[in-house]
Design a binder for this molecule. Structure first.
Ligand code: URP
Ligand code: ZN
Length: 457
């Protein structure tokens, strides 16, 4: 045995019990209260909680956007992930002009392999330029990338597909056994409001939110879930942000659509009043933050049977100097915020400790459900014998103010610095190796591995 975790309060998706965990060769070899060290390194987890490592199935490391790229590369982004208790990420491959789907996939593998500090999988973004390669979808699935993201918005960036093309992608992905992710916001509603606001001289950050109301999300979800039902496709709505959107997902499920939703930590702890702040630009992401009632609806939907089955971060940060490009026009603000390091602290401190969700819910939405939905089980997502030794130790008494200097993203601010947590991850173990201890990254660059995924559950 290489490592023994003693006196752990283990929480899985359904049980909580005290035991010791034995690790050898990167996998869990025993879970037993009588387990002895027999020469292994020992970590005493007395008084702490041990849960499966988080799976953040929504990141954008070094994503090329107009004029820049997201501030975290696959090294700094996965360091941030590890420091927040995330042991696997799934990033989105974005094809560059002139690249093929497989060329872009190879390019992402090249960029990520030498840098990642935790394990990673990939989804494929499927946008206008990819339409001629629809027949390549089964090959991409066979390469371990069985999920494809389509957009109902961002026409100018070339990301948006129209209804018939989304239907074709859905049928092809379903035929290949894959999953369709949808960024669901109505381009029609958004563009009308952006044009109106700019024409009226409403250029500040708060008009970003006013141009992307909940109805834009709800309308798009209503439309794409109908397309998914007609195509017999499994789909999920990425970054759900509103009550109205949640209701559309629920309605679609009742009509027989195989759909679930993901939300992000920022929608759970922030509301659109932050856009009134002087630094409001730093909070600009799409969909935009909504109201307190939307935030409450998302917490509710994380409970058992709720439609929000996973929490991903949509990690895509930009430094404040780049956010300032939109000082005189909110449409010029690079969209995206940090988040991978915040998922577990936010869900634990703001969720479990405040009675909004249970510890079982936290484990289900951060590890068990993403591993099942994204084809990573049984190696990932559970604390069980034979699974990869990926876990995080939370100290319920650790108070941390989530300021920029304690977070590991390569940006100069934190959108979470209003939160002082009750409890925080203090140890992250990835395939049996300690990668974070007491807030310090202690792993090695490039140690993470690519996770070829099977078709989703
Ligand atoms: O605002 C968001 N969601 N940014 C992430 C990157 C993107 O363009 O989807
Ligand atoms: Zn995203």
């Amino acid at each position: 045995m290489d490592l023994l975790i003693k006196n752990a309060r283990i929480v899985t998706g359904t049980e909580s019990f005290e035991s010791n965990i034995g690790i050898e060769g990167g996998v869990i070899v025993s879970i037993s209260p009588t387990l002895e060290p027999s020469g292994a390194e020992v970590y005493d987890a007395g008084g702490k909680i041990v849960i499966p490592g988080g799976i953040d199935a929504h990141t954008h490391m070094e994503l090329q956007v107009t004029g820049t790229k997201s501030a975290d590369d696959f090294y700094s982004g996965t360091v941030a992930a590890a420091c927040g208790g995330i042991t696997s990420i799934v990033d989105f491959v974005d094809t560059q002009p002139g690249q093929t789907l497989l060329g872009a996939l190879a390019d992402y593998r090249r960029k990520a392999d030498s840098k990642v500090v935790v394990d990673y999988g990939l989804h494929m973004m499927f946008k206008g330029q990819n339409l001629p390669e629809m027949d390549r979808i089964p090959e991409v699935v066979r390469k371990g990338v069985p999920s494809f993201k389509v957009y109902t918005a961002y026409k100018k960036r070339g990301l948006m597909l129209d209804g018939p093309d989304i239907s074709r992608v859905m049928r092809t992905v379903a035929g290949a056994g894959g999953l369709v992710a949808v960024h669901a916001e109505s381009e029609r509603i958004i563009q009308r409001l952006i044009e109106k606001n700019l024409a009226e001289g409403n250029t500040e950050a708060r008009f970003h939110a006013k141009s992307r109301p909940a109805e834009a999300e709800a309308e798009a979800i209503s439309k794409v879930t109908r397309l998914a039902r007609e195509a017999s496709a499994k789909m999920y709505v990425v970054h759900l942000s509103s009550r109205a959107g949640r209701e559309e997902v629920e309605k679609a499920r009742r009509s027989g659509t195989d759909v679930f939703a993901e939300t992000c930590p920022h929608y759970l702890v922030l509301t659109d009043d932050v856009y009134e702040r002087k630094d409001g630009r730093n909070f600009v992401m799409s969909p935009a933050l909504k109201k307190a009632e939307d935030r409450a609806a998302l917490w509710e939907a994380l409970g058992p049977g709720g439609v929000v089955e996973t929490v991903g971060s949509d990690h895509c940060p930009f430094p404040s100097a780049e956010k300032d490009w939109g000082e005189e026009d909110f449409t010029k603000i690079p969209n995206g915020v940090p988040g991978t390091e915040a998922i577990i602290p936010v869900l634990y401190s703001e969720g479990v400790r405040k009675g909004r969700i249970s510890m079982f819910d936290l484990v289900r939405v951060t590890s068990w459900a993403p591993s099942a939905r994204f084809g990573l089980a049984p190696a990932k997502g559970s604390l069980s014998v034979g699974a990869d030794a990926d876990f995080v130790v939370i100290d319920p008494s650790r108070r941390v103010r989530m300021t920029a200097d304690v977070m590991h993203s390569r940006i100069d601010y934190s959108i979470y610095d209003h939160i002082t947590t009750e409890g925080y991850p203090v140890l992250t173990v990835s395939r049996g190796e300690v990668v974070m201890e007491d807030g310090e990254f202690v792993g090695k660059r490039g140690r993470g591995r690519f996770l070829p995924r099977r078709s989703a559950a």
